[in-house]
Design a protein around this ligand. Structure first.
Ligand SMILES: [Ca+2]
Ligand SMILES: [Ca+2]
Ligand SMILES: [Ca+2]
Length: 587
């Protein structure tokens, strides 16, 4: 198998709304660091400017500050990370973006000859700056397909017949046929494929592609007013347009595993009938088909678009580049802010353990390394329930793993899926529809399997929050001795088990409710979990632990929900589904 070689180029910013340009370079050109792990950009988050904020935490003056900060280090341009805030942006989404400060994050283009480390150090000394960090590059987590003609979906049902020429084990599969007796997935479920794009007209996929009913294609207008122009079938956050065509072929492979059209007499079957929301964030950087690049800033934008578009699940089959000298000591905070926003929006995010055979407990691989309550990290197993390794060589491991940080295995070797059509590295140039399929290997495929099963869980249990979906996935695995040393659950994904397992839940206990000035609701009790919500009457509000203490939760609630002298029911619900007894509270 050939690894994808992705040419890394320093790209030029395309002109567009919201980009400010500057001239002049103040920092002297220093030793040029040709780092293949990051672009010639920095990501800067500004502190909240005191006294200038509106009630919602938004303000105009921050933009002026961003320009000032950019000029101070000789940046060529400064562009807000979040470029969209249309009238249709739901208040809840706006609140999440503001809560995570994503509206204070800027991407600044630095002179390629400047010393980026020095620029970042200077930015971090600036009193207006909350953090500054490199705009790291990310890569899709897969290898080039091996044999486009060989189609046998052992991961769904393994009959023990040879796979790609190698012996396989009966029942080393996710039990998809039995799971489909319970549900094949409902179309309300939206799986955002944050990736290289998707071939949305592929005959085995088109029916399951998300369609934005309020948007008119190709008229250059944002018809539904959600802040994104022409986002009819998802969005291209890097190019700021509705062209989600696949620049590499990788996103299409993921979409096929998750939701290739079932029972249409064509090709393969996806795991679910959920709809695919293509969110393209990789971009072309040159004429060669392999000139494709993705950055952390665009990955963060992709996550925010998925949040805005109402995704249920985000499939993140990509990872930061790994080089022991380049992996930062600190986390990548801009990407963390975006993943936190997905957590606030109750979106499950499926992440990969990587394809370098690295122990994720010791090597930081993003976005999986954040380990937030809505994230699950997946390793790749083969048709014999072994960790992904080269044929006949069990001593070399290709899948990433981690007893603390990787939760489960899912099929990731010689997995049958669909190919995008056209001129790209993982595309098919053939006119024969039989050639529009391929076997692929990588933890990317394993994440897509997991996203597909998560879509089935959410179809059968619409109330399930990400932590509940995670528990269903993790606690129902088929445990295998040979997988135990590698992941916390010790096993491989089992779709049937994930749908049928009985979860035990310890409900939170709500002892005391207090209403402080400004609508600050304080909840005192036991067995609260991070990410718990409070129901005030019918309305739901996010909580946060007071000073990190989980026995006291705080939520911002409009005071008018508590009429003077009238009793209101207050309930705390944990993300794992446990709910306290309602407590009647009178202001
Ligand atoms: Ca739109
Ligand atoms: Ca339009
Ligand atoms: Ca099909």
């Amino acid at each position: 198998m050939r690894k994808i070689a992705i040419t890394v180029l320093i790209f030029t910013l395309v002109g567009g709304s919201g980009i400010s340009t500057f001239s002049g370079a103040r920092l002297a050109a220093a030793s040029v660091r040709k780092a293949p792990t990051r672009s010639a950009e920095v990501i800067v988050k500004l502190k909240m400017a005191s006294g200038a904020l509106t009630e919602e935490g938004r303000l105009i003056t921050v933009n002026r500050t961003a320009e000032g900060v950019a000029v101070s280090v000789g940046a060529h341009s400064s562009e807000p990370l979040i470029r969209q805030a249309g009238p249709a942006l739901k208040a809840q989404i706006a609140e999440i973006i503001s809560r995570r400060g994503l509206d204070r994050v800027y991407v600044m283009k630095i002179d390629p000859s400047a010393d980026i480390d020095a620029v970042i150090a200077e930015l971090n000394r600036n009193e207006s700056v909350e953090y500054a960090e490199p705009n790291y590059l990310v890569k899709p987590g897969t290898d080039i397909p091996s044999d486009p003609r060989f189609r046998f979906q052992w991961g769904l049902r393994n009959l023990g017949l040879a796979v790609d020429g190698y012996g396989a084990t009966l029942d080393a599969d996710i039990k998809a046929l039995d799971a489909w007796d319970i549900t094949t997935g409902i179309r309300d479920i939206i799986v955002a494929v944050t990736d290289t794009g998707v071939d949305i007209t592929h005959p085995d996929l088109a029916e399951n592609i998300f369609k934005n009913p309020g948007e008119v294609a190709g008229n250059g207008r944002d018809d539904d007013g959600n802040g994104y122009v022409d986002d009819v079938n998802g969005y291209n956050v890097a190019g700021q347009n509705g062209d989600v065509s696949d620049v590499l072929g990788h996103g299409t492979q993921m979409a096929g595993i998750i939701s290739a059209v079932m029972s249409n007499g064509v090709g393969i079957s996806g795991i679910s009938r959920a709809r695919i929301l293509p969110v393209k964030f990789f971009r072309k950087t040159g004429p060669d088909p392999t000139d494709v690049e993705g950055t952390v800033a665009d990955a963060a934008r992709a996550i925010v678009y998925a949040v805005s578009a109402g995704a249920t699940i985000i499939n993140a089959s990509w990872e930061t580049f790994l080089d022991s000298n380049q992996v930062p000591a600190e986390s990548i905070r801009s990407l963390s802010d975006a993943v936190h926003a997905a957590e606030d929006a109750d979106i499950l995010m499926v992440c990969i353990a990587g394809n370098e055979g690295l122990d994720n407990d010791t090597v930081k691989l993003y976005p999986g390394h954040y380990q937030l309550s809505n994230q699950i990290v997946v390793a790749a197993s083969d048709y014999n329930d072994e960790i992904w390794h080269p044929p006949f060589n069990l001593s070399v491991i290709k899948s990433g793993y981690g007893l603390r940080t990787v939760q489960l295995f899912a099929p990731g070797v010689s997995v049958d899926t669909i190919m995008a059509r056209g001129n790209c590295p993982l595309c098919s140039a053939s006119a024969d529809p039989n050639d529009w399929y391929a076997l692929i290997s990588g933890t990317s495929a394993s994440a897509a399997f997991t996203s597909g099963v998560a879509a089935l869980i959410k179809s059968a249990y619409p109330e399930a929050t990400p932590p509940v979906i995670k528990r269903r996935l993790i606690e129902s695995v088929d445990v295998r001795d040979q997988l135990k040393p590698f992941v916390s659950s010790g096993g491989r994904l089992n779709a049937l088990g994930a749908l049928t397992i009985q979860l035990t839940v310890a409900p939170p206990i709500l002892n005391k409710v207090k209403l402080k000035g400004g609508g600050k609701l304080q909840l005192v009790g036991d067995a609260f979990q991070r990410g718990a919500v409070v129901l005030v009457g019918e309305e739901r509000f996010l909580t946060r632990p007071k000073n990190g203490d989980l026995s006291v939760l705080v939520a911002n609630v409009p005071e008018d929900l508590f009429p003077s002298g009238g009793a209101v029911s207050v309930t705390v619900r944990n993300p794992d589904g446990g709910a306290s007894q309602p407590k009647m509270f009178t202001r």
